[in-house]
Design a protein around this ligand. Structure first.
Ligand code: IMP
Length: 426
């Protein structure tokens, strides 16, 4: 019997995956991150406390859950250790964490290069989180990255010093200041010792858990439109957040996956640069931004606001192979008179319902909207679909029909308890 469930972002990240992952993680035996690094920011609220995790999977709070950072993750060991320290201060043991020996390590030189490359791009800046994500994945693909297994091995000194010499040359070529090789090595050597107890062969671990019939939850970071292959290139991240990334980033074959749940905000947001057809900026956008506190968890930047984009959701459903949708932040729309949903785009006088490959074409897309009447009622204490006002139900069923995927969950507030569950997934 298949027991693996995947939670993926269907838009540009920040869809509220943290809440749903936390909801599922109480039922899971293992929670796995399969891509990305500390560019992610998962906000989790429970028992009156708020936790912002960047690297550590959401199941960390439950000592019975194994939390895995898969081979597809890029690990900043400094962030990892400081998150552990903060969690331990709050009483969580963190003895339930496992790092893949095949994951790549983000070093300070990756962060430095991320900033320098962005500066160099001048008007074509990606607007990255400057966490070194792109440069680390670049090294992975160029086969000059340092994997966790090497980081914690006795060969680390030789590997690190040789690599840093080359990286220093790159930093200098971009006008930056090189690192002191010995000093940097000494610092990281200590960090490697602290990381060592968490390192293991997570491919073997995960497949063993699957054999035992355990429930596995894959926790996607970012979103489908930030996917390096399927997203709005080049304004994307450097990994594969979409469903296909799960197997590549964890070593668990695709046939083990039972459900892929797409997390979708009932409006759209984006941080960083890049085309965003349904973006709007007026008092309704400001209302949404302030009410939902749409500011980046990692960078604190104000998020750009847009109407719900059905073209994006349909595309997301295809590339992810979604089996269900979880609609987030429905409560935020209470009190807005008219709600627009984009159903197609006009591009050079032609109506299209796909995402064009070229960013310059995507920038030219003009959304075609259907306007639905809003609702005034506060829905944050609704416990079932039937309790929602009729216009809220109409909005949900419009999305369901448009995307062609059943809405299995609806979030009506930040707390895990403020979730309408229409189908039990895990
Ligand atoms: P990077 O992942 O730091 O290289 O940034 C590349 C792009 O992805 C930028 O537009 C970032 O704002 C965006 N991005 C990266 N991580 C997240 C996230 O967790 N939520 C939303 N946007 C993100």
């Amino acid at each position: 019997m298949k027991n693996a469930v995947v939670v993926v972002g269907t838009q540009w990240g920040d869809e509220g995956k943290g809440k749903i992952t936390n909801y599922f993680s109480n039922k899971a035996d293992v929670v796995v991150r399969y891509q990305g690094g500390d560019n992610a920011g998962h906000t989790i609220k429970f028992l009156g406390n708020t936790y912002a995790l960047h690297v550590i999977p959401s199941g960390v709070f439950n000592p019975n859950i194994k939390n895995v950072l898969g081979n597809g993750v890029v690990l900043n060991p400094k962030t990892f250790l400081s998150e552990i320290e903060a969690l331990q201060k709050q009483g969580f043991s963190c003895n339930n964490l496992y790092i893949s020996d095949r994951a790549h390590v983000i070093f300070d030189y990756h962060k430095e290069l991320d900033g320098l490359i962005e500066e160099h791009l001048a008007t074509r800046k990606i607007g990255t989180t400057k966490k070194g994500i792109g440069p680390c994945y670049t090294d992975k693909i160029a086969r000059c990255g340092i994997r966790v297994a090497d980081f914690v091995s006795s060969d680390f000194e030789e590997i690190y010093k040789t690599t840093l010499k080359v990286k220093n040359d790159q930093i200098i070529s971009y006008g930056g200041n090189p690192f002191d090789i010995e000093e940097s090595y000494q610092e990281y050597q200590k960090i490697a010792e602290a990381i060592k107890p968490y390192v293991t062969d997570t491919i073997a671990l995960l497949n063993e858990e699957i054999k035992k019939g355990k429930k596995i939850l894959f926790e996607g970071a970012q979103g489908a439109l930030l996917d390096i292959d399927f997203g709005t290139y080049p304004f994307v991240t450097s990994s594969n957040p979409s469903g296909g990334g799960v197997s590549i980033g964890s070593g668990v074959g695709p046939t083990n996956i039972k459900e892929i749940i797409g997390i979708a905000k009932v409006y759209s947001t984006r941080v960083g640069s890049g085309a965003f057809p349904t973006e709007f900026e007026d008092e309704v956008a400001s209302y949404i931004r302030e009410t939902a506190h749409e500011y980046g968890t990692t960078t604190k930047r104000p998020r750009r606001i847009g109407w719900l984009d059905g073209v994006v959701l349909k595309y997301s459903s295809q590339i992810n192979g979604l089996t269900g949708l979880s609609l987030m932040l429905l409560d935020i729309l209470s009190g807005i008179k008219n709600l627009k949903v984009c159903t197609s785009y006009m591009l050079d006088g032609k109506e299209i319902s796909t995402i064009p490959a070229r960013i310059s074409d995507f920038e030219k897309c003009i959304p075609v909207y259907t306007t639905l009447p809003g609702w005034q009622e506060d829905i944050s204490s609704c416990k079932s679909y039937d309790e929602l006002p009729q216009n809220a139900k109409n909005y949900v069923s419009f999305i369901e029909k448009l995307v062609g995927v059943p809405v299995v969950m609806i979030s009506v507030g930040p707390d895990v308890l403020q979730t309408i569950v229409r189908k039990t997934i895990l």
